[in-house]
Design a protein around this ligand. Structure first.
Ligand code: ZN
Length: 509
């Protein structure tokens, strides 16, 4: 891999077959947003791309959890022109197009990760950083223009960028970006929920996440063996699944989630979730065989040393550079894997098991156990489950009609104290949302919907609680005005709130 610097931007390049491919990558992704500004990075990307003329060669732009990239392939001249145009656009974004592009984003409605991984990240990290993955937030039409300007100034400059090329830089290549300071993106993101636990969410199939150092070679090998075993059982033996997909998701400081996402034939969700969990426990308990280990290492060697992997390898090196993490090339990673033994793989996996989150679709009830036979606990934003409402404060009940119509409404309560809200949901679990933990307040006519750092969502709306005037006044006084926004014109309504009956309000993807 060769290194260069053009206009202050580090350039990484390796020769690869085919036309020249380039990616201008910025160290700014969805996890750098806040709940209030969800989607701002995608909006910046769209605004920049909206300035380009119609192009007939391959080009694209995308926002992931960690990065934003503008990519192109074609002749040297096409690559040079595209990159210059992107830099020029970022330096002078057409912010007058915000409304139109917000509509485009609403239509596109794409997530930065698949919906199963998104729910696992949100359960793990709450409505902060990587945990934002499953949330829509206020909506693309509620992103403040100041947030667009701030994001560009903070992240879209030469000192937070890297250019990746599959050949030597063309001599005319320029990257006219402003200079800046690499933003502080923090180290490992603190987790909100560890394991082992299961949770139900709006997902198409079951999934598993383990928190660890992403460069842990022993866990990388064990994770690969788990996927292969699941493929054998779920697909080839039982015919229950089509796809078993594993990933390593970086959430900061070199740490993140080892995930496994499986799909399930209709009606087989529960069975697939049970097998996913059973195989997870079996691997932690009994480990892997030497044959399985060498099979997976051979697979990594094949994939990483393939010349077609050059763009992906450049991408990995670029991501490390932008995250201030050391980059290890394929040879170094293979050397680390060669040191892994069946025993070290088992130990790494057994240690990671203590962080396991298993997500299942909402209508699936599972009864699972841990290795020692104790029941696997359900994860929830109510900590602990059950709990008591405070004696003081002002109490609100659902309106009479709701109590008659919905059994859940008979137990539902809202309590407003000096420091925040408490609610008891239809299952009897008590949620506490201090004003200091609020990340967003949706203003919905006379009502408010509060979103908390720990995934708590408490609707304070007339359909759910009678006489809420005083509660709304307390919320408006207790939460900074900058966190308040009107319901998005694009909002779709349906969500898991911490207080049934099901509210009209929602914001979860
Ligand atoms: Zn809650």
């Amino acid at each position: 891999m060769q290194r260069d610097v053009i206009d202050g931007v580090p350039v990484l390049w390796s020769e690869a077959p085919g036309p020249l491919e380039a990616a201008l990558v910025f160290g700014q992704g969805a996890r750098d947003e806040s709940f209030r500004t969800i989607g701002v990075t995608h909006l910046v990307e769209h605004l920049a791309m909206s300035t380009l003329p119609r192009l007939h060669h391959e080009h694209n732009a995308s926002v992931s959890l960690n990065l934003t990239d503008f990519s192109v392939s074609g002749t040297d001249e096409q690559v040079v022109d595209f990159l210059a145009a992107v830099c020029k656009a970022l330096a002078a974004l057409p912010v007058d197009r915000i409304e139109r592009e917000a509509g485009v984003l609403a239509a596109e409605a794409s997530g930065v990760v698949d919906p199963v991984t998104a729910e696992l990240l949100s359960a793990r990290y709450g409505t902060v950083g990587a945990g934002l993955a499953s949330w829509d937030g206020p909506g693309p039409d509620r992103i403040p223009v100041e947030a667009v300007h701030e994001t560009v100034a903070r992240s879209f400059h030469a000192d937070n960028a890297v250019l990746l090329l599959t050949g030597p830089p063309p001599p005319t290549l320029r990257l006219p970006l402003p200079t800046g300071e690499r933003p502080e993106r923090g180290g490992a993101q603190p987790v909100m929920l560890t394991g082992p636990r299961w949770l139900a969410a709006n997902v198409p199939g079951p999934g598993l996440a383990l928190t660890a150092d992403l460069e842990d070679a022993a866990l990388t090998a064990a994770h690969a063996v788990l996927q292969e075993r699941l493929r054998q059982v779920l697909r080839h033996q039982e015919g229950l699944s089509y796809d078993v997909d594993g990933a390593r998701v970086h959430t900061g400081g070199g740490r993140g989630e080892f995930t496994v996402v499986v799909d399930a034939r209709a009606g087989q969700q529960r069975r697939v979730a049970e097998i996913l969990w059973r195989e997870t426990l079996r691997l932690a308990d009994q480990g892997v065989t030497a044959a399985e280990l060498s099979e997976e290492i051979a697979g990594f060697r094949e994939a990483w040393l393939d010349p077609r992997a050059t763009p992906a390898e450049l991408g990995q090196a670029g991501a490390c550079l932008l995250s201030d993490l050391p980059y290890e090339d394929a040879a170094a990673r293979l050397a680390a894997l060669a040191e892994v033994t069946p025993d070290s793989a088992r130990r790494a996996f057994a240690t990671a098991l203590s962080t396991a989150l298993l997500v299942v679709p909402e209508d699936v009830e599972v009864e699972l156990a841990q290795l020692d036979g104790a029941p696997l606990a359900e994860g929830s934003c109510a900590h602990p489950r059950g709990g008591e409402l405070p004696a003081g404060g002002k109490h609100f009940k659902p309106p009479m009609f709701a109590r008659l119509r919905f059994p859940e409404a008979r137990t539902a309560r809202l309590v407003v104290t000096d420091d925040g809200l408490w609610s008891r949901d239809g299952r009897g679990d008590v949620h506490h949302l201090p004003f200091a933990d609020v990340v967003g307040v949706e203003v919905n006519g006379p009502g408010r919907v509060l979103f908390g750092r720990g995934n708590c969502l408490i609707p304070v709306v007339p359909e759910m609680f009678a006489g809420i005037g005083e509660a709304v006044a307390a919320i408006d006084a207790g939460v900074p005005k900058t966190l308040r926004y009107e319901t998005s014109a694009f909002a779709e309504r349906d969500d898991d709130a911490c207080a049934p009956p099901p509210p009209a309000q929602t914001s979860r993807r």
